[in-house]
Design a protein. Structure first.
Length: 458
């Protein structure tokens, strides 16, 4: 008898929870971070009934407590390609290409995440996954040594490889297989304090770039942070010291706004963790894993993103702010040119929106009241609600800022290379999804449902 297959959404949720439990044991401050975020979110919802109603109307509240993103870094094309297969069995697919080398971080990346609306509502777990760009290691001998070290390891257990093959052959897993799959894949993300190299090799790779040492010198790509979502990152930043957590100097991303956009992030500094080096009795420390908090706003259209990038570039040309308060004030001044009300964001096609028949519209429809002839007329007459679609992706400048703040205070110069999406996709084994196409589809699908419910012509 063939057993029923478990939904990829259920597997993703189980893996996300298992990862969170493991990381809480490995990095106790992560547990403090979860408590802080839960408290901030509760207070934010109590203080803003309109926000609570908006989140509730689109099932955003139920996903808030389980929402996380993780980040890992791998060293080879084979590792990246295998991760693509692993995440596909969890209903997660590569979205967007991010080149961090321009900010002095020798990686390029994608985000594995669910892409359809039902899966995003179920659990929007994301893993920002970076591939080391060995060609950016300048010293030829060190580059060859790093490649040789990476070629000798397998970051997946034999059980994981066997189960991936079974899952692909069957089109999924039964309940027992799914539980074993989660357990086997978790081992890839576990911290191992034993380095696979001697201290001299570690130091040479560390001196080339701390992130190179992090990727190359261990058995696997240990999860380097898990990030809960807050509704008020400014309050979270201010509250971190009271939880015994020292935040990074500034919040990355856009400034605080009435209508949040894209993604804002902060973190606490990476931990110094003890390591044992190979072929010696020598011990040392490694600094890579940290805690992060994020606040998500509206997904921007290409037009909105162009404006955002222009204003961000302008803000980065100003003198470096002394602290977060000054930094946010400086950002706010630059971003005063970005509209901060929902009506303008929608009218000027700056953000993506999800449409639904309003409570008033449903009542009037049930009472037989004539529906306005056009979508715009129905919107104006309060037949339709428009709510910003949550941004599910990342910002390369912000990601680089988080990485750099946890790789030491010394600035890293941009690498003299070009973005190489084609090479990344070749390593990945498929093209990445375009985030704008995904958001556009979500918006169009919601509009089509409204048109069908109200009998409006396209």
């Amino acid at each position: 008898m063939t057993l029923p297959l478990v939904s990829p959404d259920d597997i993703r949720s189980a893996f996300s929870q298992a990862m969170s439990d493991m990381y809480r044991q490995e990095v106790p401050q992560y547990g403090d971070l979860l408590e802080l975020v839960a408290d901030i979110n509760r207070k934010a919802l109590e203080a803003d009934p309109a926000l609570a109603a908006q989140l509730g109307a689109h099932d955003e509240t139920s996903r808030l407590d389980v929402e996380r993103h993780g980040a890992i870094r791998v060293g080879t094309a084979d590792e990246l390609s295998m991760l693509r297969r692993v995440f596909a069995l969890m209903g997660m697919f590569p979205v967007s290409y991010y080149d961090l080398s321009a900010a002095g971080v020798p990686v390029h990346s994608t985000a594995f995440r669910p892409i359809d609306e039902a899966s995003l509502k179920r659990n929007p777990f994301r893993v920002f996954t970076s591939l080391l760009r060995l060609e950016l290691i300048e010293e030829d001998g060190l580059r060859r040594r790093a490649a040789a070290i990476l070629a000798e390891r397998d970051i997946f257990t034999p059980g994981a490889r066997e189960l991936v093959a079974i899952g692909e052959r069957q089109g999924g897993f039964d309940r027992d297989q799914a539980e074993r799959f989660v357990g086997e894949i978790l081992e890839t993300f576990r911290w191992h304090r034993d380095a696979t190299v001697d201290h001299d090799t570690y130091r040479a790779l560390h001196d080339a770039h701390r992130l190179v040492a992090d990727v190359v010198c261990f058995r696997g790509p240990h999860i380097n942070h898990l990030t809960p979502r807050t509704l008020d990152i400014d309050a979270a930043q201010a509250a971190m010291p009271s939880y015994g957590i020292t935040p990074k100097a500034v919040i990355e991303g856009p400034p605080r706004r009435e209508c949040p956009i894209l993604l804002r992030q902060t973190s606490f500094k990476a931990l110094e963790e003890p390591v044992r080096f190979a072929a010696s009795e020598e011990n040392g420390t490694h600094t890579a894993r940290f805690g992060e908090i994020e606040q998500r706003g509206a997904a921007l259209t290409p037009k909105g993103r162009t404006l955002y990038d222009e204003l961000l570039t302008r803000s980065r040309q100003a003198p470096t702010a002394a602290d977060n308060t000054a930094h946010q004030r400086q950002l706010s001044e630059c971003f005063s040119a970005f509209p901060d009300d929902l009506q303008t964001l929608r009218r000027d096609d700056l953000a993506y929106f999800r449409y639904r028949v309003s409570d008033s519209g449903r009542q009037r429809l049930a009472e037989g009241e004539p529906v306005p002839a056009s979508l715009d007329a129905a919107m104006a007459a309060d037949w339709i609600d428009a709510t910003p679609i949550t941004y599910e992706d990342f910002l390369p400048v912000s990601a680089a800022g988080i990485f750099q703040s946890n790789l030491g205070d010394a600035p890293h110069q941009a690498y003299a290379s070009e973005s190489n999406q084609s090479a990344f996709e070749l390593a990945l084994g498929r093209p990445v999804h375009d985030q704008f196409e995904l958001y556009s589809r979500l918006q169009a699908d919601s509009l089509e449902r409204v048109r069908q419910q109200l009998g409006l012509e396209a």
